[in-house]
Design a protein. Structure first.
Length: 386
């Protein structure tokens, strides 16, 4: 099978392509990825994927028309039986090629494709033309059906998956955790609350600041704050957003308990070092991957009340309190303060039990093997297999 993506630079689209290529190669499939290339080519190849250089990032209509012919020849020469497009410009090319030679066509539909003006929605509509359409959440699946009712029978929800051989607490040496804590400036006895700040448009860090200020005003929570360090992880390139966060922390007078840093390259160690992970965003598509990885590492997770990340956790009222793996909360300081207080108040035994439940939840529902199985089911449906 062939996946087509604009490039293989670090990012969720390239990462998803590599994960599927890796999973498919383990079962003997010839997993091709057609792309301009990028920093992750070597990782793709190391994990069993086959890199095929292709100008998939082209957006010029003339170049895209030429790419239809090029892709048609590639599909024929490699005897490809499924083409999976993960981005819009390559999807238009793949649609043209697969219609010419009657090859099953699969698309990955992200939630933001359902937003925008008439021209944007027209351009994005290609992602709803797949013989199978892989939605990245149930929330996205609902958006697709509302916009394109005729696509309902072709929509498959595949929320994501975690490589549980990488994201496993026992595989992380103590020295790796210590290195992350040094990066964060966290003392050995401090519990770390890690907030993913996301893109600059996100205001989640403001909610965290206000929530911590609210907790500081409550006598019962004062001890919890003295024992905690709040890290706002800002991995976005450029200094402007970082300065904005630093200024907000200083204005609130929280420099002693809060600082801006980054998750860093060792995500498994960072999530293991965290006593809680906050993954809030006004973007309903954000942070599902982070929420999955955090649970795999046994970290309590606080997510928004709706959207993709909320679909990854178990929490009341959907389950009994004894089955909880995280917290769903509204993105305001009052609700977040309450969730933080409950999370930081967990005793050692309760924390360990939650960690074990979270890990078991990911292994049973969101492993890379489950991701592969769900994706293969979508591929089979595209081929019309019984």
């Amino acid at each position: 099978m062939l996946q087509i993506v604009p490039d293989l630079e670090p990012g969720p689209v390239a990462r998803a392509a590599i994960d599927i290529a890796s999973a498919l190669s383990r079962v003997g499939a010839n997993a091709l990825v057609a792309s301009r290339g990028g920093a992750l080519v070597s990782e793709l190849q190391a994990k069993g994927g086959v890199f095929t250089r292709f100008p998939a990032d082209a957006r010029n209509p003339v170049s895209m028309a030429l790419n239809v012919r090029r892709l048609t020849q590639l599909i024929k020469s490699e005897r490809v039986d499924i083409v999976h497009a993960r981005s819009r410009a390559p999807a238009w090319v793949a649609y043209g090629a697969t219609r010419l030679i009657k090859t099953p066509f699969v698309t990955s539909f992200q939630g933001f494709y359902a937003r925008g003006g008439p021209l944007a929605l027209r351009y994005n509509s290609i992602m709803a033309r797949g013989d199978s359409i892989i939605a990245d959440s149930a929330h996205t699946a609902d958006l697709i059906v509302n916009l394109y009712p005729a696509a309902k029978a072709r929509v498959h929800v595949v929320l994501g998956g975690v490589d549980c051989r990488v994201f496993v607490p026992k595989a992380v040496a103590p020295a790796r955790v210590q290195a992350v804590r040094r990066l964060w400036g966290a003392a050995p006895d401090e519990r770390v609350v890690l907030l993913a700040a996301g893109a600059r448009a996100s205001s989640s860090y403001k909610s965290l600041i206000e929530a911590v200020l609210r907790l500081a005003s409550q006598d019962a929570a004062a001890t919890l704050l003295r024992e905690a360090k709040f890290i706002i992880a800002c991995d976005e390139p450029g200094a402007a957003f970082a300065k904005e966060i630093d200024a907000a922390i200083a204005k609130a007078g929280l420099q002693s308990v809060m600082r801006r840093s980054e998750i860093g390259p060792d995500r498994a160690a960072a999530l293991l070092a965290a006593s809680a992970v906050v993954a809030l965003s006004t973007n309903p598509d954000a942070f599902a991957g982070l929420a999955l990885e955090a649970q795999a590492m046994g970290a309590p997770v606080i997510v928004g009340a709706s959207g993709a990340a909320s679909e990854t956790i178990l929490a009341p009222p959907g389950v009994d309190e004894t089955a909880r793996t995280g917290w769903r909360t509204l993105p305001d300081e009052r609700a977040l303060a309450h969730a933080l207080s409950e999370t930081l108040s967990l005793g050692a035994t309760a924390r360990d039990r939650l960690s074990l439940r979270a890990r078991a939840h990911i292994e049973s529902q969101f492993s890379i093997e489950m991701l592969r199985s769900q994706t293969l089911s979508a591929y089979a449906a595209a081929r019309g297999d019984g």
